[in-house]
Design a protein around this ligand. Structure first.
Ligand code: IVH
Length: 721
């Protein structure tokens, strides 16, 4: 559709359109704008001039304004301008950019502080200082300075690898190009939050409106869209701001405390948040939270909570991390926001594991500055108002189409339907009947019985397995998604296209890697198909080629095995080193008495649900065949053996008896950091028993199995400090 004549953009006045006509025009127009976006942002090959593009976008937005339901049809208008290009170079973070655990109540803050004390083996009277500071609702950025000069800026990305936005960052006046001061280290990675103030956000949206362009939903989206622009002049024109609050690689620190380092940031030329305070007790932390919360409305920028951090950096180092979040920090989130609207319809979506998820289609409503049109209804029981044990949810009130409902939105979480106003229930409404057939393939959808608890699973699942197109498509989308194989140019839309394309069908992951060869053998080429061109077809094939050697953790995650998220995938990748090893273990572990099963059970943070999911996945012949075909195409690369240099890497260690220099939790965390596996009991597989005073039966077990025994001092000698 490169031609103006082909345009779906009709000249009928919008007021004269019927909803059906509007829908048809909207669909075509959205496809055109999407194609123009892809051509412009991904291929750098515009297929229409600016005026034509602007006219189409204006019409698209006008249609959506007149027919709000159309906004759900496509998110093209919303995405425009914020489009991640896929074209930024990647930067690997030398120190991962982590996220934070959340606390939603004062009690949870008390528990967090308690955990810190326990982990460090400290008593209340010893005292530990914390900092409290606003949690800025923007996007995090890592700035690398060498000899005081800004050399690189990277977004968080997946925490391991972000996008190179150095040129964009240089246009932000609050990001110093050069750091000033006698104590600026040679290497300093300063991290913080890029955000937009409320007034600037309103100004940007006003200009969008004037130009007939879509508005941004909130300041954070606008900040992200403004920073991640290939055209740096767009970033430069947006008044982005920056608060510094953390750091990555910094071999020489300017102070021994969190507070001190942030003070140094200020001396070096950064803005730091004036509401950061050092606190000595839970009561003081909560008081600072209340103070910040009371100023929230007048700060002039969005915050979504308060972050508490252990102030002493030596203690932070001892506390370390749990999967993706530090043990020494927590985000105390502000309560969720609520709004009331009408539930217009319930749609059932089929996920990649076959789960049928009910989605509420709502009369659009603004919740905390964001227009919400969809919300989750979780599952059948949630709608019915009783869980599988017969216990009431919402006092047993069911949810019906036509109901006036309260919608709750908390931070990043998907909005959910929270309550029903029975006084407003239409007299003729009927209880919602949850489908028992899969809407995508018509197979029976059933609720499994959990063999361990004997309870019915809350989720109804399609039994169609691989024959269900929704599952196949969702699995493929997941396989190529950003946190999995991350194939540029192969997004949801393209997966849907290939899945149903007669010439180049993609039905399973292996098919992706044979696309180029199959296209070469075909008469009708991809480059001649609508939506593709020579440039984008070649780019797609190149991007696929580039992913034949994916990192093992991403590959495992991409398989979409139930209960295996990113963190568990990483853990398994580190533990097993190669896909072959994991696969062999997954197969052998079906035998409960096997050593492979014992090993799997002993991996810290891998619970029985994960173990069962792995066994089930590798035990399914369909999956075996699918994997064989896939592994004929790709070779997953082992994760960098982070801890392979350590003397205990790969060893199975057991701690017993009293430890003096560290708590048991700390010992375990340290061993794991060094690549060891910590087990709870001694077996023939154990390599090392670290025994303190008072050790009992484990010493005898060690003698029986010929396991090496050392004491705590021996442990520190071994691991070096
Ligand atoms: S500290 C290792 N401090 O929150 C912990 N994060 O949910 C590093 N954020 O990705 C983060 N304000 O983008 C920290 N004052 C603050 C923050 C803050 C906002 C963001 C940051 C991070 C996310 C985690």
């Amino acid at each position: 559709m490169s031609d103006a004549e082909d345009s779906a953009h009709s000249e009928t006045p919008i007021a004269a359109l019927t909803p059906r006509k509007a829908k048809a025009e909207h669909k075509l127009l959205a496809a055109e704008v999407q194609a123009a976006n892809d051509a412009y942002f991904q291929d750098d090959q515009p297929i229409m001039d600016d005026a034509a593009y602007d006219a189409k976008r204006r019409r698209l937005v006008a249609l959506e304004e007149a027919f709000p339901a159309l906004k759900q049809e496509s998110d093209v208008s919303a995405k425009v301008g914020a489009k991640p290009s896929g074209k930024f170079a990647k930067i690997r973070h030398r120190v991962p950019m982590l996220s934070l655990d959340n606390a939603f109540s004062d009690e949870a803050v008390g528990e967090f502080v308690g955990r810190v004390y326990r982990f460090l083996g400290r008593k209340e009277e010893d005292g530990i200082a914390f900092t409290a500071e606003p949690k800025i609702d923007g996007l995090s950025l890592s700035l690398r300075y060498e000899k005081g000069e800004l050399v690189a800026a990277a977004t968080r990305g997946d925490g391991e690898e972000g996008e190179d936005v150095t040129l964009n960052a240089r246009t932000i006046s609050e990001i110093p190009g050069t750091l000033a001061g006698p104590d600026v280290p040679d290497i300093a990675e300063v991290r913080g939050e890029v955000y937009l103030g409320h007034a600037d956000f309103a100004g940007i949206n006003e200009r969008q409106r004037e130009k007939g362009l879509p508005e941004f939903a909130n300041p954070r989206n606008a900040a992200a869209g403004s920073l991640r622009q290939l055209d740096v002049s767009v970033t430069a024109a947006r008044p982005l701001r920056f608060f510094a609050y953390a750091w990555g690689e910094m071999p020489v620190l300017p102070a021994p405390t969190q507070f001190g380092v942030v003070e140094a940031f200020r001396r070096w030329g950064f803005r730091t948040n004036p509401l950061m305070k050092r606190c000595e007790s839970v009561a003081e932390l909560i008081a600072q939270y209340r103070l910040i919360e009371s100023q929230r409305a007048t700060l002039g920028y969005d915050i979504d909570g308060v972050v508490y951090k252990v102030d002493d950096l030596a203690l932070q180092a001892r506390l370390g991390f749990v999967s993706r979040a530090p043990r020494w920090a927590i985000a105390h989130k502000f309560p969720a926001e609520l709004a009331t609207t009408v539930l217009e319809a319930i749609d059932i979506q089929v996920g990649r594991t076959g789960a049928l998820s009910p989605v509420a289609r709502l009369k659009p409503v603004t919740v905390g500055g964001v227009v919400v049109t969809n919300a989750t209804l979780h599952n059948e029981d949630y709608i019915r108002g009783f869980d599988s044990k017969g216990l009431p949810i919402r006092d047993g009130t069911d949810i019906r189409i036509g109901d006036t409902v309260t919608v709750k939105r908390a931070g990043d979480v998907i909005p959910r339907v929270e309550a029903v106003d029975l006084a407003k229930r239409p007299a003729d409404s009927k209880p919602y009947e949850f489908p028992t057939l899969c809407p995508a393939c018509g197979s029976h959808a059933t609720r499994e019985l959990n063999p361990r608890t004997g309870k019915e699973d809350a989720i109804r699942r399609c039994t169609g397995g691989l024959i269900c197109p929704a599952q196949a498509v969702e699995r493929l989308k997941h396989f190529v998604s950003r946190d999995a194989l991350d194939i540029d140019g192969l997004g949801d839309k393209q997966i849907e296209f290939f899945h149903s394309d007669p010439e180049l069908p993609v039905r399973e992951p292996a098919d992706i890697f044979t696309l180029a060869a199959r296209d070469a053998a075909n008469l009708k080429k991809l480059k001649d198909k609508e939506g593709f061109g020579a440039v984008s077809a070649k780019k797609l094939f190149d991007a696929i080629e580039d992913r034949r050697t994916p990192p093992l953790n991403r590959f495992i995650f991409g398989l979409g095995i139930r209960h295996i998220g990113e963190t568990t995938a990483r853990l398994l990748a580190r533990h097993y080193g190669s896909f072959e090893a994991l696969r062999a273990a997954g197969i052998a572990a079906a035998d409960e008495a096997s050593p492979e099963r014992q090993e799997l059970d002993a991996i810290d943070s891998v619970g029985p649900t994960v173990v069962e999911a792995l066994i089930e996945f590798f035990g399914e012949p369909h999956n075996e065949e699918l994997l064989d075909r896939l592994l004929a195409q790709v070779s997953p690369q082992p994760l960098e053996a982070v801890a392979s240099a350590s003397p205990v890497a790969g060893k199975i260690v057991v701690f017993t008896g009293a430890l003096e220099r560290m708590t048991r939790d700390e010992a375990k965390a340290m061993a794991e950091r060094l690549g060891a596996k910590v087990a709870g009991s001694v077996s023939s597989k154990t390599n090392l028993l670290v025994a303190g005073p008072g050790a009992g039966s484990k010493l005898k077990d060690a003698a029986k199995h010929g396991v090496e025994v050392i004491d705590e001092a021996g442990w520190f000698d071994l691991v070096g400090g």
